[in-house]
Write a protein that binds this ligand. Structure first.
Ligand SMILES: Nc1ncnc2c1ncn2[C@@H]1O[C@H](COP(=O)(O)OP(=O)(O)O)[C@@H](O)[C@H]1O
Ligand SMILES: [Mg+2]
Length: 304
């Protein structure tokens, strides 16, 4: 069974059409990333799936329940973590978790709080007020709170926006752990590398529809072909190399030339041999297409 299924979701705010027929499905246990620019409609989609907002058209099912007519059942099997930590500043981490456990009518809110603190690496900070938490710790507490009551589907709306690289990495690890425990995760992000690092499948929301969908590898195939990056120590070497490589598609930046190879062995060998024969000192690296380039190619702004 699919954990989430959206079929032709539509939503407008006044004259502005935000969702114009959004369709996708997420398998149970999957991490699914919805990638889109600011204002693409990611939060709107999540709100509809979480029953916080009615769609104007289309249908959606979560855990097999219709979001419009079976909202209560949907709410019982999901949790939602927003872009901004929805936790209480004066309470400690532990108190926040116990409070959620009580709201969810758990038999043992304290025991559950303890388990989630350990799981999200927050045991040491459990009795500090949230005002003493770093951004990353807050976000991890948010994730811990979302796991209370064992939801089957977890919605994470931009879980790492505003975090420093270290905070982001620890949140990534926690999301992987959540997924390993069997929950289905739908996350939204503006960061291509985040989708690349975490998601089993990625959908790009653009222009009110899913403009492309697939694994990171599949989406990268839509990007420009692989290239070779040649780095030089001296301007002079680079200028010489440029002269030798006429006839190849070459881009120059700082002390690096990027040459299109399409990933071909013979083209790559030819380029390297030409440089070597001319006695030019250089180092090289294969540059596979990035998800960023795929994204730009898909949304039609060119691989600028
Ligand atoms: N309640 C609302 N009333 C009016 N416009 C809204 C409302 N919610 C969202 N929008 C607009 O819909 C568009 C999509 O918003 P949103 O779903 O929050 O995008 P994202 O989460 O991808 O950044 C934006 O242009 C936003 O201003
Ligand atoms: Mg949003």
């Amino acid at each position: 069974m699919e954990a989430i299924e959206a079929i032709g979701l539509r939503k407008s705010f006044g004259p502005q059409e935000v969702l114009a027929g959004v369709r996708f499905a997420v398998d149970e246990g999957e991490i699914f990333a919805m990638l889109g620019s600011n204002g693409a409609g990611k939060t709107t989609t999540i709100k509809i799936l979480c029953t916080l907002l009615n769609a104007d058209g289309g249908t959606a099912r979560v855990c097999g329940f219709d979001v419009a007519s079976q909202g209560r059942h949907v709410r019982e099997c999901i949790s939602l973590t927003g872009q901004f930590a929805a936790v209480d500043d004066i309470l400690t981490g532990r108190e926040n978790l116990v409070m959620i456990g009580r709201l969810r009518h758990l038999a043992d809110p304290k025991g559950e709080a303890e388990r989630q603190l350990a799981r999200f690496g927050l045991s040491d900070a459990a009795d500090k007020p949230l005002s003493a938490y770093s951004g990353g710790m807050r976000r991890r507490l948010d994730l811990a709170m979302s796991m209370i009551g064992s939801p089957r589907v977890v919605f994470l709306d931009e879980p790492t926006t505003g975090l420093d690289p270290q905070g982001r990495l620890s949140v990534w690890n926690n999301i992987r752990q959540m997924s390993a425990s069997g929950v289905t995760v739908l996350l939204t992000t503006q960061y291509l590398e985040e989708a690349d690092a975490l998601a089993d499948r990625i959908a790009i929301l653009h222009g009110g529809v899913i403009a492309a969908e697939g694994t990171a590898a599949e989406l990268k195939r839509l990007a420009p072909p692989p290239r070779l990056a040649l780095s030089f120590l001296e301007e002079e070497d680079m200028a010489k190399a440029r002269g030798i490589l006429v006839g190849f598609a070459v881009e120059a930046e700082a002390l690096t030339l990027t040459v299109e190879t399409g990933g071909s062995v013979s083209r790559t060998t030819e380029i390297l041999r030409l440089l070597d024969d001319a006695g030019i000192t250089a180092t090289f690296a294969q540059k596979p297409p990035t998800l960023e380039e795929a994204f730009l190619a898909i949304i039609g702004e060119g691989a600028a």
